[in-house]
Ligand binder design. Structure first.
Ligand code: HEM
Length: 485
């Protein structure tokens, strides 16, 4: 009968025993996504843990995640009202704001501006591709300089600068270069962003940690000041754009956002949302792009035979006299297969940014109340043995069909950009950027690891999984090519 059904639906979600005060915080370990997947074996794909003062529902596996984010897309589209989230982008971040009419308008502006400057038509596609190629060839030069006299170097940081440069070129019409010290220092600090907002971070769920000196409080204070600094940096540039804004000419994305928010018909966003949007966009791509490129280089040096195979293919398709381009993509299926396998194998955004429920909801017969924090375990989808043969083996060819073409069904099953209403809006530009960076680096350089340092997949957990520091050196292959801008 209905009464029994409701009682069953309203039963407490399964999950491990939660200790007073800390809940399950001490059980998460160094790699919470792996702990979450282990707990799913015991409690099912939907279960509850307690972190400090917050109940958190953890979703694992394709079925439960799709049921939540696609079938109940609105109910799972919220963000928790964590204090740290309100420190981002001057308190007006789109990414870290709860689901609302205002959020929808904000996301629409950000999404349509990105599209207008990267993929709206063949002209913008080409212009975007040129930006990325210019940055990739600059990166080649930086790497070669750093490898002078056979030295080994740590490539992570140059990737952050390159990713930020691409967004700055789009947003402000200018890039800052690898030698700009102010820009480098700022980005170095922004690199720490993911430690605070990653799922399982404790700063927001244990507010009492703020009241006495301890390492978590230090993280919180540092997070606040890095956000203020980054926001001020971007705001200065937006203010200059506003002063010289001409409605007849759209110079870059800042102008396009000013136009949409301040001059658009029926805009419900105040002008302060302009600088917040630009900050969100520049911030969003950096950590993710730098991390994926670090993993790509690490895997290239870990599997030198694969590196050689990719280079042979690129040499055959592209030749020595020009750089790879987006048009080569369909002939370079193995390059894309290598990239997808890197994303699946590393699952470098293991858990999405925390979600929250916007109303009471039932999934897999389990009742989840409104305003519950929800963690989405992307890693569990990418390592499900029912879905992937030998998920712990790195094998790019799993993405190729019998004709050597990219298997689109398989590539679409990798979960790294999330899905549903909060799906990453940078997917298209991220894919083009990763493809071009990888293809250009392989076309122009050989990468070698330092034989005296063991090469492992050890990494540290935050919003992204960052490989432990590793060094490489590069050698030029053939002639160095540049981009005519
Ligand atoms: C959100 C992944 C690059 C802009 C996200 C989320 C993930 C993600 C997992 C969270 C989705 C959720 O909470 O369910 C990635 C990966 C990237 C990448 C793996 C690179 C390989 C970019 C780039 C941009 C971008 C280059 C923009 C220039 C955003 C924005 C959001 C977002 C604005 C927030 C969306 C919202 O809350 O509505 N991304 N991202 N991302 N991403 Fe990306």
């Amino acid at each position: 009968c209905l009464w029994v059904r409701n009682l069953r639906l309203k039963r407490r979600l399964p999950g491990p025993f939660a200790w007073p005060v800390v809940g399950n915080a001490m059980q998460l370990g160094q790699m919470p996504h792996i702990t979450f997947a282990k707990l799913a074996k015991k409690y099912g794909n939907v279960y509850q843990i307690r972190l400090g003062c917050s109940d958190v529902v953890v979703l694992n596996g394709d079925r439960a995640i799709h049921q939540a984010l696609i079938q109940h897309s609105t109910e799972f589209a919220g963000r928790p009202n964590f204090v740290s989230f309100q420190m981002i982008s001057g308190g007006r971040s789109m990414t870290f704001t709860n689901y609302s009419k205002q959020w929808k308008a904000h996301r629409r502006v950000a999404q349509s501006t990105l599209r207008a400057f990267s993929s709206a038509n063949s002209q913008t596609k080409k212009a975007f591709e040129q930006h990325v190629l210019a940055e990739a060839t600059e990166l080649v030069q930086v790497f070669l300089r750093q490898s002078a006299n056979g030295q080994y170097f740590y490539p992570a940081y140059e990737f952050t600068v390159a990713a930020a440069n691409i967004m700055c070129a789009l947003c402000f019409g200018m890039r800052y270069g690898h030698d700009d010290q102010e820009f480098r220092t700022l980005l170095h600090r922004v690199d720490k962003f993911g430690e605070t907002v990653g799922a399982g971070s404790l700063v927001d769920v244990m507010p009492w940690l703020q009241s006495f000196p301890n390492p978590v409080r230090n993280v919180y204070e540092a997070f606040k000041s890095l956000n203020e600094e980054f926001f001020t940096y971007v705001k200065d540039k937006v203010v200059k754009h506003r002063e010289t804004f001409n409605p007849e000419v759209t110079r870059d994305m800042s102008d396009a956002i000013i136009r949409a928010i301040e001059h658009g018909e029926g805009s419900i966003l105040s002008k302060e949302f302009v600088e917040a949007t630009v900050t969100d966009l520049i911030g969003a791509g950096q950590d993710t792009m730098s991390t994926v490129m670090q993993w790509i280089v690490l895997l290239l040096v870990k599997y030198p035979d694969m590196q050689a195979k990719l280079q042979q293919l690129i040499d055959k398709v592209v030749g020595p006299d020009r750089l790879p381009s987006v048009e080569d993509r369909s002939s370079l299926a193995l390059v894309d297969a290598f990239i997808f396998e890197t994303m699946r194998f590393t699952s470098f955004v293991p858990v999405t940014i925390p979600h929250s429920t916007t109303s009471d909801v039932v999934i897999e017969d389990l009742y989840i109340p409104k305003d519950t924090v929800v963690f989405i375990n992307q890693w569990s989808v990418n390592h499900d043995p029912q879905k992937w043969k030998d998920p712990h083996v790195f094998d790019p060819t799993r993405f190729l069909d019998e004709n050597g073409a990219l298997d689109k069904d398989k590539t679409n099953s990798v979960m790294i950009f999330s899905t549903g209403k909060r799906r990453c809006i940078g997917v298209q530009i991220a894919k083009v950027q990763v493809f071009l960076f990888t293809a250009v680096l392989l076309h122009q350089c050989n990468f070698e690891s330092n034989p005296s340092e063991p090469l492992t997949f050890d990494c540290s957990y935050s919003l992204t999984l960052k490989p432990n520091r590793f060094c490489v050196r590069t050698k030029l292959r053939g002639k160095m090519l540049g981009v005519v801008s």
